[in-house]
Each structure stands twice: as structure tokens, then as C-alpha cells.
Design a protein around this ligand. Structure first.
Ligand code: 2U9
Length: 385
């Protein structure tokens, strides 16, 4: 076979040149080192041998080796560029068989949904929404509300006190604590503005309770207050029965039972017929057919006086309920801790429809879902309502 370069040493390398266009990235790098490596690349060695050749051979052989070297470099570069282009095309390729990424639909937390619905109902009755501080003094949280100084609620086992110096102010000071109810906001409202007063006070409250299925150290509360001339227990009942019918449905039966709170006299608790069994009796209502919804009563005259209100002229009613607890009852959730976990597998069950888009499944609490077992607690699959 005729020599292409005129030098057998160079001819021997020609088949390797041809193969460069077929190498993958790893083999290409190995071949680059094998041919051009600084210490022992085949072409490098040939160039290093030049000084040992007689002068007359050196020039022609040197030119041939350099030409071969340039060709090798050109082929290596061209193969490298081709491999990079292939990799880029693979990266950018559209895979039409890939499932679409799910669109994220945000939603309100179920406790927020319940809170907003409750506030809306009272807003329509003329109650203003008022918020206040979560850190309070002993007087605003207990004293003004007619708690005796030795009441067990003041105990460190029940109330979370701050490790801070007490507020030295009479009578409104005392130790600093995390409020155990939103009632101090009502005291502040009455002190700041004379009756008539109608307000609902939402917010977090804190007690020294461990987390368990039905307790949490922090939970939400909505309290309400109406103070005016001539307010009676009839106003209390009419307002709260209206609320229950708006919130739970117009045919929901309610009942009042006598109770006791230091800040109201007389005091009562309002039950609604069980949302799950509609009065028939089930484990959720301990077979009673009823669920406790809120506490209420006529504001104690001592509380009015502590708030600067003339208790001879004015009377009022007050109530308190827990949106976490009501959400628990409404959705049949077996463990209050689910409301705090932020676990999307639980929370996404409450996502409501976006305008112009189908809801992924019936919304818990949707009126069309009444009586069809609205429980959406842990363990129930999506769309099982
Ligand atoms: C003032 C006067 C009276 C607010 C009231 C209740 C009854 C009550 C509980 C329900 C469940 C708290 O979240 S809960 O644990 N509350 O039963 N609260 S009357 O009475 C007031 C408030 C402020 C000035």
C-alpha cells in the first residue's frame, strides 16, 4: 500500500485520525491525551525526536508531523463541538409524553374560612371587628373581668406568664401574660368608647396546655359584645340563634343550657344539633345528638363598672367561641393538631374553586354537601366527601 505521508510512523497514526469522528466524550479525551499529551502523546514524541534526526531529514519530517498534528487538533475540536451540540439538543428537547406540572391553587386555611364566615355574619348585624394585644396585664385579662385573685385560671399551670417585670399601674397593671381569651379587647373598647357598643373580637389566645387531639397551647377565639340601654337576654338569644342558623343552616336546632363564668350573669352555653348525625347520636357528639358551640351571658355589672360603664343605665350581652373547635366539628376532623401541621395532604382538601375553574373536589362545608358525610379528616382520600 502506498504511503500517504511518506513516513511509516505517521501513516500508522492515520486510522486513528479517521476514528476520532466516532468517539464518545470520554474516549475523545483519552485519545487527545494519547496523541497530544505533553509527556508521552504519540505526536508529541515524534516532535521530540526531531533534534535527533539529521538536518536534511529534520525539516521535511518536521513539516509532515506538524501538518498531522494540526489535522488531529482540527478533528478533535470538531468532534468535541458535535458532542456538545448533541448534549444541548438532548437537554432542550420537549418530551411531549411528560405529564403536565400540576398548577398550584392556593386556598384559605379552614380555620380562616370559619373565622371569616363568623365575622361576616356579625358584621351584617352591625358588629365591628376589633383586635387588640396578645400580651396583656393581669388586670385586663382577669381583674377587670371579675376573676377573684385566687381563681384557678390565674395559676401558672393554666396561664403563660412572661418572664418580665410586672406593670406598676393601678388598677390596670400586674404581671404580664399571654392573654387567655380576647375579653381584654372588650374592656379596652368599653374604656375607650361609651355605649352603644357592638363588636366582635377575633384572635389567638394562649393557655398552658400540651398539644393533644383536642387541645393546643395557642388557639383562636372570637368573642362578641353588645352594650346599650335596654339590652336583655332576649337580644342575646335572638342574635345567637340567628348566627347558628346562618352558619350551620336554617333548620339547625339549638338549645341553651345554664352555665357559669365570672364575667357574665346569668351565663349559658349554646349547643347546636350534631353536624355529623343531625341529632341521631354518633361518636362525635358522644351519642348526645348535640355539640357545644359557644358560651354566653349578660355582662356582669361589676365588669361594666370596671370598664367605666354606668351599670345602672346600661346592660349588655357577650359570647365567646373557638374557630379551631368549630372547624373541627364542621369538617369532622379527628385531631386539632392537623390544623397546625401545615401538611398539604390535609390542607389541600379544603382548597376552593378558582373563578372559571372546576373545584378539584366538593368543597367541605359546601351547602350541596350537607348531610352527605362532610368529614374530611386524616385518612379520607381526596374527593371522598
Ligand atoms: C366582657 C364581658 C363579657 C365573653 C364570653 C364566653 C362566654 C365563653 C369560651 C367559649 C369557648 C372561650 O374559646 S372558648 O374556650 N367563652 O364561654 N366568653 S361569655 O364574655 C365577656 C367578654 C368581655 C367585657
Amino acid at each position: 500500500m502506498a504511503s500517504r505521508t511518506g513516513y511509516p510512523d505517521l501513516d500508522a497514526l492515520l486510522p486513528r485520525l479517521e476514528r476520532i469522528a466516532t468517539l464518545d466524550a470520554a474516549a475523545l479525551e483519552a485519545e487527545q491525551i494519547a496523541l497530544l499529551g505533553r509527556k508521552s502523546g504519540a505526536i508529541t514524541l515524534l516532535l521530540k525526536s526531531l533534534p535527533t534526526l539529521p538536518l536534511e531529514e529534520r525539516r521535511a519530517f518536521g513539516a509532515a508531523v506538524n501538518q498531522l498534528k494540526q489535522e488531529v487538533e482540527a478533528r478533535l475540536a470538531s468532534r468535541k463541538a458535535a458532542l456538545e451540540a448533541e448534549a444541548r439538543a438532548r437537554r432542550e428537547a420537549v418530551d411531549l409524553t411528560m405529564p403536565a406540572r400540576r398548577r398550584w391553587v392556593g386556598g384559605e386555611h379552614p380555620v380562616t374560612v370559619v373565622t371569616e364566615e363568623i365575622l361576616q355574619i356579625f358584621h351584617e348585624l352591625g358588629f365591628a371587628v376589633v383586635v387588640g394585644p396578645e400580651v396583656e396585664t393581669e388586670w385586663f385579662n382577669f381583674g377587670a373581668l371579675n376573676f377573684p385573685a385566687d381563681h384557678p385560671a390565674l395559676d401558672m399551670h393554666d396561664t403563660l406568664y412572661l418572664d418580665a417585670p410586672p406593670v406598676d399601674e393601678r388598677p390596670a397593671g400586674g404581671r404580664l401574660l399571654l392573654r387567655t381569651h380576647t375579653s381584654p379587647v372588650q374592656i379596652r373598647v368599653l374604656l375607650a368608647s361609651p355605649p352603644p357598643v357592638r363588636g366582635v373580637m377575633p384572635g389567638m389566645v394562649y393557655r398552658s396546655d400540651p398539644f393533644d387531639p383536642s387541645h393546643a397551647p395557642g388557639f383562636s377565639q372570637i368573642e362578641g359584645l353588645a352594650v346599650d340601654e335596654g339590652i336583655s337576654f332576649v337580644d342575646l338569644k335572638a342574635t345567637l340563634v340567628h348566627f347558628a342558623h346562618r352558619f350551620f343552616g336554617p333548620s339547625t336546632r339549638v338549645r341553651f343550657r345554664p352555665s357559669y363564668f365570672p364575667f357574665t350573669e346569668p351565663s349559658a352555653e349554646m349547643d347546636a344539633e350534631c353536624l355529623l348525625c343531625h341529632g341521631a347520636g354518633c361518636p362525635a357528639c358522644k351519642q348526645s345528638g348535640w355539640m357545644e358551640i359557644l358560651g354566653c351571658g349578660m355582662v356582669h355589672p361589676a365588669v361594666l363598672r370596671n370598664s367605666g360603664v354606668d351599670a345602672e343605665r346600661y346592660t349588655g350581652f357577650a359570647f365567646g367561641m373557638g374557630p379551631h373547635r368549630i372547624a373541627l366539628l364542621r369538617y369532622g376532623v379527628p385531631d386539632i393538631r392537623l390544623f397546625y401541621d401545615g401538611d398539604m395532604r390535609f390542607l389541600e382538601q379544603f382548597v376552593t374553586a378558582e373563578p372559571g375553574r372546576e373545584a378539584p373536589h366538593p368543597r367541605p362545608g359546601d351547602p350541596t354537601e350537607r348531610g352527605r358525610g362532610r368529614g374530611q379528616g386524616r385518612g379520607r382520600g381526596r374527593g371522598s366527601a
